[in-house]
Design a protein around this ligand. Sequence first.
Ligand SMILES: Nc1ncnc2c1ncn2[C@@H]1O[C@H](COP(=O)(O)OP(=O)(O)OP(=O)(O)O)[C@@H](O)[C@H]1O
Length: 246
Amino acid sequence: MSLKITNLTGGYTGIPVIKNLNFSIEEGQALGLIGLNGAGKSTTIKHILGLLRPQAGKIELAGLSLAEQPTEFKRQVAYIPETPILYPELTLKEHLELTMLSYDLPTEAAWERARRLLKMFRLDDKLDWLPIHFSKGMKQKVMIVSAFLADAQLLVIDEPFTGLDPLAVTNLLDLIKEALSQGKMVLMTTHVLADAQQAVSQYAVLNRGTIEIIGSLSEIRQHYGLKDSDSFDRLYQMLYQEEQHE
Ligand SMILES: Nc1ncnc2c1ncn2[C@@H]1O[C@H](COP(=O)(O)OP(=O)(O)OP(=O)(O)O)[C@@H](O)[C@H]1O
């Protein structure tokens, strides 16, 4: 089982953004998508979620083609967006019930799973709350709980660490590691490499819509001629300089 992206070219109507992307994620593997603001990370994610139509290329998950079997494909994918998307009129409990319905989860087992996740993120006594009562971090936690509740084969996570308290970051990383140990796949965009490093083994560096290199952090360091002692801020400076020279 794997996520396979082949020659993916796309973007917005009349605005090409990503060009000829090729990468795959195998069972139990997490891939970090990194790059400057505007490099095309979120646009890549929107294509994988089926929110944008590619101009060319293929997106396949466990043999399912997104273009040909969109419903089956999307059932295998859970998404944690950078900005929480919640329905103002639904309580936390109703949001979780909606996830259970959308992913066709057996109720009893799903509630057992939900209770563990709610406790982990200290939301277990807030089932009747509406989104208006939640802080920014709490809204993010609701998205995390919903995504892990779905128990999907592929987890797509956009900038997961910003806005979460350190306890929640640790819990999220533990959940990601647990999912990987069960053979799930993770695609994550992030600028916070220190946290990502705990779960992510492979990174793809995106620069102006193309992948410059895919590899471990040490392979990426080598590619850009960085020393082990260099912080990754140096990588971003180099990407910025490349952008200026194009
Ligand atoms: N809805 C949109 N319509 C048109 N162009 C867009 C839209 N969203 C993003 N873009 C453009 O697509 C390019 C890539 O943006 P994208 O959001 O994918 O970058 P990113 O790598 O996720 O950046 P960040 O780190 O800031 O989240 C940018 O040039 C941006 O201006």
